[in-house]
Design a protein around this ligand. Sequence first.
Ligand code: ATP
Ligand code: ZN
Length: 307
Amino acid sequence: MNVAFKQSVGPPQSLDAIAEALLLPTGVDGVYARTALFEQAATGLTTLISRYREPDTEVLRLPPVMSRRQLQQSGYLESFPHLLGCVSCVAGDEAQIRASVARCQAGDDWTGALAVADLVLSPAACYPVYPLVSSRGQLPAAGLKFDVACDCFRREPSQLLDRLQSFRMREYVCVGTPEQVADFRARWMKRAAAIAGQLGLACRIEPASDPFFGRGGKLLAMSQIEQALKFELVVLLHSAGEPTACVSLNDHRDHFGAAWNLRTAAGAVAHSGCVAFGIDRLALALFASHGVELARWPTRVRQALRV
Ligand code: ATP
Ligand code: ZN
């Protein structure tokens, strides 16, 4: 893998200095109102990523919530319980609900009236794909490919602009044989680097691991790196410190295939993989690299984004 940052652009601009032109605070860490300027970059990114879509890819745009039961069945609670956000709603009959509202109006705690619903906030765009594939029966010989996107939630409050609680994820997903998934990821590794090149981002692709929960999680993370199951395209967003993962390339092996009984045309347990683009992080990377004045971005970058 590349060890040095490819391409040298100037040092990144301080994100704090450009924050007020891009993301406005809403009173909660990691949740921002996005300005029109920021959205211009985000829209440009989504159209650029669409231009790279492979043929025979099914496009689905997903809501920010999904079935709690389905996320459980995918094993999310075993790996990332600390990141999960569940939907809870005011429950009870009319009198109970009125009493809760009255408690709120009196400045008392009313949240005891909340009951957990059958929904969670989607932590990644690809989770709804596997139950959907499962409902369709055996895979075709070529496997299946999806283009999915949604607003994601992860309970990781931070004051850093690149670590949000609510952010947008765009993914291409492949379900098929181990070879189909490996080829898919290899193709996307090249394309992710090509996209970053078109965007003029100084980046590198490196082995990575997921933020698994707890002490046991460290072992899982090490084994993930050893088996080369996850790579990230990272960009320097802060002038000092760690680079930021803007795209991840994941091989899930048979994790979802086993959880959802996904079968290849030959009857074996299917493998899956995905490439996930963090739209908000990529947009920030553009502003950090090229400055806040979009009109002064390099021409080829503006052409790539059609802005
Ligand atoms: P990190 O290592 O930074 O915690 P991750 O390994 O949890 O990221 P993935 O689960 O692979 O990230 O998510 C896919 C992409 O979604 C990431 O490459 C990143 O661009 C984006 N992303 C993930 N978490 C956040 C976040 N908290 N805020 C903004 N974007 C995020
Ligand atoms: Zn995914």
